[in-house]
Design a protein around this ligand. Structure first.
Ligand code: ADP
Ligand code: MG
Length: 344
């Protein structure tokens, strides 16, 4: 670069900064769904409804019956670094909520047209906030049921580069289904429903029973065939379901790891389970499983990845060994013998 003009340093305006942050947080429609549903879960919702049109590029709507937002706070929710979940850096050492960065709504509003209707259960009326194109939020009073509903339209309308990079609406819809499945498996006590272009795609009962969620998502038969395991020790407990030897897949889409209710990816824990299936299922095939691991929040650093998909876990090796032992126990008990084999 030559000339002094280009080398001068300036602080970016809020809209530009939000669009840059959105590049990390809002990769595709499924990321929006994840962020909105996580907000609903953090608000202690018991029912969460997700409506999708056009693979999420036309419309994403997430409705909940959670705590809602007070009228004064509603426009603030869209400001960057605005959160009700932490107050100071020290709080990062003990995160008990799914969100804490205060980035999601600001990022989403930087790359879509967003409307939020929200009402705390104790209030007679609600607040409607509209945000688009980096303009200040428009706030009005509204009648709405208790809880919060966020509608996101025309995702990436102002970022053609990102829009171009997306897959077909049907591929984006599949990614959304996978995202909602993982969130539902992480929260069996919450009733989820997802519709795609007006058609019901999934619904979970919300009765707290993990096996009921598995049955609702993967079908009654798989729900019945999966093998339970659970165990606990000092400062940790884990439970879940894993597939019997005759049930396996060509990919890892139905492998779900959750730490304190948060869906994560972790090679060591995945390997800890997959290694139990060596010589049990054909090479190149993968087991199905859902693993819930509960540890003290102080033992997990979730502040490593913008989408919080990767976390740092203390005692990872130790926990992986426990997982292997428990899964082996589940796999090599008599119940794991195929029904067809028993009758023959
Ligand atoms: P974060 O979740 O990291 O705090 P967000 O940008 O996702 O940041 O949300 C900002 C704030 O808006 C949250 O801290 C919360 O107070 C409020 N909020 C967002 N969605 C909801 C919801 N569905 N119900 C209640 N409050 C919400
Ligand atoms: Mg959030």
């Amino acid at each position: 670069m030559t000339g002094s003009q280009e080398t001068r340093i300036t602080i970016l305006d809020a809209m530009t900064a939000n669009q840059i942050a959105a590049g990390e947080v809002v990769e595709r429609p499924a990321s929006v769904v994840k962020e909105l549903v996580e907000n609903s879960l953090d608000a202690a919702a018991r029912h969460i409804t997700v409506e999708i049109e056009g693979g999420g590029l036309q419309l994403i709507r997430v409705r909940d019956d959670g705590r809602g937002i007070e009228p004064e706070d509603a426009p603030l929710a869209f400001a960057r670094h605005a959160t009700s979940k932490i107050r100071r850096a020290a709080d990062l050492a003990r995160i008990t909520t799914l969100g804490f960065r205060g980035e999601a709504l600001a990022s989403i509003a930087a790359v879509a047209r967003v409307e939020m209707a929200t009402r705390p259960p104790g209030r007679p009326g609600g607040t409607l906030v509209r945000v688009a194109g980096g303009k200040p939020p428009e706030v009005t009073e509204t009648g709405c049921p208790p809880g919060t509903s966020v509608t996101v339209k025309d995702l990436f309308y102002n970022t053609p580069a990102r829009r171009q990079y997306l897959k077909k609406p049907s591929t984006e819809a599949r990614a959304i289904v996978a995202t909602v499945e993982r969130l539902a498996l992480g929260h069996p006590g919450v009733a989820f429903s997802l519709s795609l272009d007006g058609r019901r795609s999934l619904a979970t009962p919300g009765n707290g029973d993990l096996q009921a969620v598995l049955a609702a998502l993967y079908g009654l038969e798989i729900g019945r065939e999966l093998l339970p395991f659970n165990g606990s020790g000092a400062g940790w407990s884990l439970h879940g379901f894993t597939s019997p030897p005759w049930l396996h897949r060509s990919n890892r889409d139905q492998q779900v790891l959750l730490i304190n209710g948060r869906y994560i990816t972790n090679r060591l824990l995945t390997w800890a389970i997959e290694s139990c299936y060596r010589n049990v299922i054909p090479a190149g095939r993968h087991p199905l499983f859902v693993l819930h691991l509960a540890v003290d929040p102080g033992e997990v650093d979730v502040n490593v990845h913008p989408a919080k998909l990767e976390v740092r876990l203390q005692r990872e090796q130790d926990l992986a060994r426990q997982v292997t032992n428990l899964v082996k126990g589940a796999l090599f008990t008599p119940r794991a013998v195929a029904p067809a084999t028993i009758s023959r």
